[in-house]
Design a protein around this ligand. Sequence first.
Ligand code: 4NP
Length: 153
Amino acid sequence: MKILMVCLGNICRSPIAEGLLRHKIQQHGLDWKVASAGTEPYHVGSAPHEFSQNICAMNGVDISSQRARQFTAADFGQYDKIYAMAEDVYEEIKRIGGRKGDMSKVELFLNELEPSSNASVPDPWSGQEDAYVPVYNMIDRTCDAIIAKYSYF
Ligand code: 4NP
């Protein structure tokens, strides 16, 4: 399984999802790969937002070495599952992929927690540090659901 987590800036939401799922993959001894990207170029090369780093560190997950990169159409060929953290991100993934983008690989992330809810992880970018708590918690529970769904052994 090769999984890509995608948000807008790749500094707040998807880096948490990448770090947390990688941590759980290691705990479960799974041979999966996980990465993240953003649909927008603004923060390419940047470390995750300090509030994302903080809440992960408080939970024993170090995401400080992750760096933002932009999602490209080539990612459709590199990953088995592409998770959009929000509906606007889903639409951008579709636009970037164009006619060749295999949208059957793309799922709204929170649909793994609540199927067909089509809910979005709120964008905490302009919020205070406490905005990252519910974001972290929903990502945490959804990563558990992904592990439970796709780990057969
Ligand atoms: P993210 O949050 O998509 O969760 O990384 C954002 C980060 C930056 C911006 C928007 C959302 N921005 O507009 O710069």
